[in-house]
Ligand binder design. Structure first.
Ligand code: FDA
Length: 367
């Protein structure tokens, strides 16, 4: 018998939920984290009394009461509702596309007027079999919304022209014919009061955690100390990229402390014109209704990803999904290792889905 029942690689949300549950089941666990802090990509850091979302804006939302009750054990959540604003040149629009947006675009006041304009513009495009993302978006929402609110933003996000991107990236572009700026349709949403890091630390209470420790750098040593392993890093990294790397989009975050109380009046402002190089500016204090004298903003720049960079969005095209399947098949042969989380499963997962997947993984373990 090894010293530990479980070695958990990665102190992100997936690893932290998993280890919390294992601890409850009386298992002896050790967590390794290669960064100098816990939390993975939901890590928040206090600057000027403000919780700064270091790896991008994170709003917890779910329609599953079990998951909502689960995370509420570790934190109280505030009533933050995500209502981003889009800035196109000097024009401001509410998101997601709803009656407020349509009023701002065309001066219309009723759903019937808005519907008529959108339907006319869709018809004018004359597209029935979209061959690329541009045609897909035009077919779904017509020219005005596409050109002002979709095109530039999407091209910056993907680093390619919309006419060169595959149509499947945008399956739906929901339009709402009500005055409702709430981005999510979920029943529950909010931000943990005191930040996500505190929530993760609560999950990890009573568990030994070693930060600044890369499991893969001394894999043979770590493999001996536990009976089973949960790996939440990149599955391609685990196998030494033997079939080549899986592709991601990356991001660069540029943060600034400003000597003013309120910079943009909203937590999230998307910049939808191509000429502005960042996709959005986050003003963190508005996630928590902060009243501090200063403010912290972060500009988010999309980047081409290269091996060694932080991986953010998996590029789930046919080629990469096929590559992932090859790694997954190799993973199944590793009988004492489980792969989990967004990197281990090569899937974009919202936080509620990560919590659910980790709980299901624990339930699925046969002793
Ligand atoms: P995560 O990447 O957080 O954790 C993995 C950990 O493993 C990392 O800490 C890493 O350092 C560590 N690790 C990797 N290899 C290792 C090794 N060899 N040795 C030791 N440690 C290793 N979701 C949502 O619900 N609402 C939102 O608003 C957002 N917003 C958002 C913005 C952006 C920009 C992105 C990219 C994503 C979101 N998300 C989101 C999704 C959210 O970030 C995601 O669900 C969780 O962070 C995933 O947690 P994991 O634990 O799976 O991965």
């Amino acid at each position: 018998m090894a010293e530990f029942d479980y070695l958990i690689v990665g102190a992100g949300l997936y690893g932290s939920v998993f280890v919390h549950e294992m601890k409850k089941r009386g298992k002896k666990c050790l967590v390794l984290e290669k960064r100098d802090k816990v939390g993975g990509n939901i890590y928040t850091e206090e600057i000027e009394g403000i919780q700064v979302h270091r790896y991008g804006a994170h709003i917890f939302h779910t329609s599953d009461p079990i998951i909502w009750n689960y995370v509420n054990q570790f934190a109280d959540f505030n009533r933050y509702t995500n209502s981003p604003v889009a800035r196109y040149k000097d024009e401001l629009y509410n998101l997601p596309f709803n009656m407020n947006t349509f009023h701002q675009l065309w001066g219309v006041a009723t759903p019937a007027e808005a519907r008529e304009i959108i339907e006319r513009q869709k018809k004018e495009c004359g597209i029935t079999q979209p061959k690329n993302l541009e045609e897909q978006a035009l077919m779904l929402v017509g020219r005005d919304i596409y050109e002002k609110l979709v095109k530039g933003y999407t091209e910056k996000q993907w680093g390619r022209q919309a006419s060169e991107l595959p149509a499947f990236i945008i399956k739906r572009l929901p339009v709402r014919f009500i005055y409702d700026n709430n981005y999510f349709n979920d029943c529950y949403q909010g931000i943990p009061i005191g930040g996500y890091t505190k929530m993760i630390e609560k999950m990890l209470e009573g568990v030994e955690v070693k930060t600044n420790t890369d499991y893969l750098a001394e894999k043979e040593v770590w493999d001996k100390i536990a009976d089973r392993i949960l790996f939440t890093g990149g599955i391609d990294d685990y196998f030494g990229y033997c079939y080549g790397p899986l592709e991601y989009r990356s991001l660069r975050f540029e943060s600034e402390v400003l000597d003013m109380e309120n910079y943009q009046g909203n937590a999230v402002v998307n910049y939808t014109e191509y000429e502005v190089p960042y996709t959005r500016i986050i003003e963190h204090k508005h996630f928590e209704f902060g009243k501090q004298e200063k403010t912290v903003i972060t500009r988010e720049y999309p980047l081409d990803w290269q091996c060694g960079m932080d991986a953010y969005y998996p590029v789930n095209n046919e080629e990469n999904n096929a590559l992932y399947e090859k790694y997954r098949a190799l993973g199944e042969k590793e009988n004492k290792v489980l792969f989990g989380g967004r990197l281990g499963m090569y899937r974009y997962l919202d936080m509620d889905k990560v919590v659910k997947a980790a709980l299901q993984a624990v339930e699925g373990i046969k002793e």
